[in-house]
Ligand binder design. Sequence first.
Ligand SMILES: Nc1ncnc2c1ncn2[C@@H]1O[C@H](COP(=O)(O)OP(=O)(O)OP(=O)(O)O)[C@@H](O)[C@H]1O
Ligand SMILES: [Mg+2]
Length: 378
Amino acid sequence: MAKLKFLFLEDSLVDLELIQRQLRKAKIEYDPFHVCDSEGFSETIVKEKPDLILSDFSLPKYDGFSALTAAKQLCPETPFIFVSGTYGEEAAIKTLTMGATDYVLKDRIEKLLPAVQRALNESQDHELRKKAEKERYELEIQLRQSQKLEAMGVMAGTMAHEINNPLFAISEYAALIAKGDIDAEKTKKLALKIRDESERIATIMKDLLRFSREEKGNFKPAEACDIMIKLQSITQQIFKMNKVEVQWENVDKGHSILCREGQILQILLNLVNNSVDSLNQKFPDYDEKKCMNIGVSLKAIEETIYAQFKVEDFGMGIPLEIQESVFKTFFTTKTADRGTGLGLSVSLGIAYEHGGSLYFESVPGESTCFFLNVPIAS
Ligand SMILES: Nc1ncnc2c1ncn2[C@@H]1O[C@H](COP(=O)(O)OP(=O)(O)OP(=O)(O)O)[C@@H](O)[C@H]1O
Ligand SMILES: [Mg+2]
């Protein structure tokens, strides 16, 4: 480990020696930096990034309050201990509320060591916490990416189905033309149909590509109604395969949200998949009650207008005892091959990134309704 750096703001060499003698007793290894005025103090902080500051309170050319204020600005994380001869209780309290770590009176200098030790330990804890936080943040990004890959897997399956139909039609039309026994007018009609079906495939491919691109880029305005239309096209096959009846609701054009569109679709696709799972659990096959409401509407909450996306199903509902847990990372009631428990926790993170919110209302045994609110771009 690199040697610690201690910055001493002290005008008296005698006092400096007194302080350092204490530190020697504890065999703390450090590089000392000694300053006695404002310029030297700030300069050393910037240049050396000290691990601890030990400061006198009253100096001929500087004062403790100003030094503390400067330190809090230049290196807010560095512990700051006052070591002073004159130090009223009032001043002591004030410096602590201003962010000083501790204070020690020079005539009780034996208290210095425990104070220094405590400050260094706390600062080390803080460093470790910061490191852990950073690691967690990185892990979350990885999870989000892997979650997206998984969603893409589901979507790729869906897309394959979607593409199969127009492909089949194209090859049938082409076969008819190839036979050569139809008139020019009919041939033209078939050619136009082939063109339409190809365009359908192109649209599907475009959606897939847009979704798969890693969306680190900027937030862009997207029409709430277009997002809904895309969701409808992405999920069509899922609903057909699972025999789910859906009522769709949309807003007019002219209401945009600032977003990463693929991520918003990802959240909605997750919600749809959860609903379908729940409906399948309640109704393994076709049932007239196997239905959902999906839509977007405008909602004013306090001063802000939101696009409120709603995904409602009449499946199992969420049991009361797990309602608090569903947003937790890796919480799942599904078997390992059906769920990882990432869907909602990742979705929540994305919703927050968009300045929005994600929450639900559920009647156990009857229904679940998830709401995703994203502010309308002004
Ligand atoms: N619409 C719903 N109806 C009933 N239960 C739900 C619904 N949505 C979520 N849940 C419950 O919340 C749990 C967590 O959902 P989440 O989407 O986070 O993970 P998952 O679906 O289990 O797995 P993953 O989405 O990672 O594949 C689910 O396992 C389920 O118990
Ligand atoms: Mg899920």
